[in-house]
Design a protein around this ligand. Structure first.
Ligand code: IPE
Ligand code: IPE
Ligand code: MG
Length: 263
């Protein structure tokens, strides 16, 4: 069919921009998840498909981070947790790890101003002591400068592993018990949560993982007990606003029962 022969008004109605604005409208009618967690995966494959070194994929993935923060804020998400570097990612070649350690520095160099302007509070989940100086300094500076912001809470999981987080909590609690400031009976869910990086934050409602992998790769194991999962085959640098909105729309169709039943 010759596309020129299709009436302009008809094309406009089915244009991607129209589709997105319809999606946005639909999303805003339903309950927006309070907390969204995303495993930002597929950067390496994105680069490989283009015949480029993996680093190019990581760099392209930063643009998607900038965008997803905007998209989440625009629909009223309160907490966004992004998995950027896992405790297992140290197993990668030295060159790639060095490059990944520079990413928070590059991201914050251009974005810190914007985070401040948009009232976004940045927090880091993970072992910051294990990071090279330049990485730790960049994230600590941003954390301190945005600490008083009251808008979107942006958690960057960097040098994060859920098992390490759980063990850290267990060690801290064992210490308290040993010192006699806490009784074994006092170790309840509330106390345990206080020792996780998520602290007093509500658990994620929705977990999004692009890239085609159907696993959670040591991410928020405790906190995602009742999260809704959404997977897609898109590689992170290609993850779009349309897909983000679709994930939220699909989430809104889910029947969350938390073990109970609906009457
Ligand atoms: C996600 O992309 C970024 C990190 C894990 C640091 P990958 O680097 O895992 O990309 P793939 O999965 O190999 O394509
Ligand atoms: C999970 O991705 C970690 C991050 C996105 C930071 P990986 O690429 O490391 O996960 P696996 O190895 O495929 O499970
Ligand atoms: Mg991966």
């Amino acid at each position: 069919m010759d596309i020129k022969k299709i009436p302009r008004v008809f094309l406009k109605r089915f244009s991607p921009a129209r589709k997105e604005s319809r999606l946005l409208k639909a999303v805003l009618k339903g309950p927006v998840p309070l907390h969204i967690a995303i495993i930002m995966d597929g950067n390496g494959r994105w680069a490989k498909r283009r015949g480029l070194p993996r680093q190019f994929g990581h760099k392209a993935g930063i643009d998607t981070i900038r965008n997803v923060v905007k998209w989440a804020d625009e629909i009223g998400v309160k907490i966004l947790t992004l998995y950027a570097f896992s405790t297992e990612n140290w197993r990668r070649p030295r060159l790639e790890v060095d490059f990944l350690m520079r990413l928070p520095v590059d991201y914050l160099e251009t974005e810190l101003e914007k985070l401040l302007k948009n009232n976004i509070k940045l927090q880091v989940f993970g072992e910051t002591d294990g990071l090279p100086d330049h990485t730790r300094e960049a994230v600590c500076e941003a954390t301190e400068k945005t600490a008083k912001n009251s808008g979107l809470v942006l958690n960057l999981a960097f040098n994060y592993g859920s098992r390490a987080e759980i063990l850290k909590a267990v060690r801290e609690i064992a210490q308290k018990v040993a010192e006699g400031v806490l009784s074994p009976e006092g170790v309840d869910e509330e106390e345990f949560c206080r020792h996780l990086y998520t602290g007093g934050l509500p658990d994620p409602d929705l977990m999004i993982r692009p890239s085609g992998e159907l696993r959670i790769s040591n991410f928020l194991l405790w906190q995602m007990a009742y999260a809704e999962f959404w997977f897609s085959n898109t590689l992170w640098p290609d993850f779009s606003r349309r897909e983000f909105l679709q994930a939220v729309l699909d989430y809104q169709q889910r029947d969350r029962r938390f073990g109970g039943i609906k009457f």
